[in-house]
Design a protein around this ligand. Sequence first.
Ligand code: 13P
Ligand code: SF4
Length: 352
Amino acid sequence: MSGIAYPEPEPELSEAEKKSLQDQIALKLRERNAVLIAHYYTAPEVQELADKTGGFIGDSLEMARWGKNAPAETLLVAGVRFMGETAKILSPEKTVLMPDLGAECSLDLGCPAPEFQKLREEEPDRVAVVYANTSAAVKALSDYVATSSCAIDLIHYLDLQGKKILWAPDRHLGAYVAQETGADMLRWQAHCVVHDSFKEDALRDLKAEHPDAAVMVHPEAPAAVTAMADFAGSTSQILNKVREMDRKEFIIATETGIFYKISQACPDKVLIPAPTGGHGATCQSCAHCPWMRMSALPKLLAALESSQGHNVEVPEDIREKALLPVQRMLDFNQALKKHGSVEEMVRAGVRI
Ligand code: 13P
Ligand code: SF4
């Protein structure tokens, strides 16, 4: 994506500084009746703090669900802005804080609401399903929200009812879902700068060096990379699969933040990062999301010390409209769990 403005990397902290900040943040969380909700892609010391303080670490769907049910007055969301907005959409009565409100996502940036609205108006017969990685304003223009852990099931469910889909914004995930479901999907063409950087040729070379390794890919990666996967799925699905699979080595094509939780869950397994297009300090988005890393410990503390400049606000008219498709996503997942499969849901006449 050209012309994208990446944030400056956060300053490195010593182990002593991390420990001291973690202690100060833990104290503030207690004082404010607040909980820390962190995405798998945040830095290890942030995930560790969420673990230690009774907070939550998960994928974008689980973060939304957990935040809604958490009996806390304040949610401190470590991740990117759409995650804070989703928390606010679902929990308007709670204060939702973010370490840095400038934590963007290239998918959100690649799908401005006025352009999406125009396409919606041009395609009135299509059901609009948008990825969670969008602004509240885009969600407000949609029929359903999906994350990578439920997109295939949701589109399959709609397809079985004969619906034609307008999908936005991730082009690789959209192509993968269309391939897996056979649904009629008109697809927006934005991409995640992190996952788009995984390279097929280099992955093939790495696989030749590690022939017994299983290849795990997040489907925001290009189709040629996902086609090489032993397993393709969302962050939590990858984590669960590594846990289950009887293999020693895994090549992982997603943001390297996930290594923290996988190593904790499977200390005996060997995790190898999948190769990207760039190298070292010259690459700003190779297997690490520059915006996720804005959730640095000093900013978490700053958000709890003074909400000013950290408070996530969603205008009420947009929030009300965005709530419908977000709630449908949660209801869909609950019904899927209850009925066991999309086919059973449809047979039982479930309509969401
Ligand atoms: P998950 O939905 O798997 O959490 O990943 C989405 C993502 O890219 C978050 O930035
Ligand atoms: Fe967006 Fe990609 Fe970063 Fe996730 S990893 S927040 S999809 S840019």
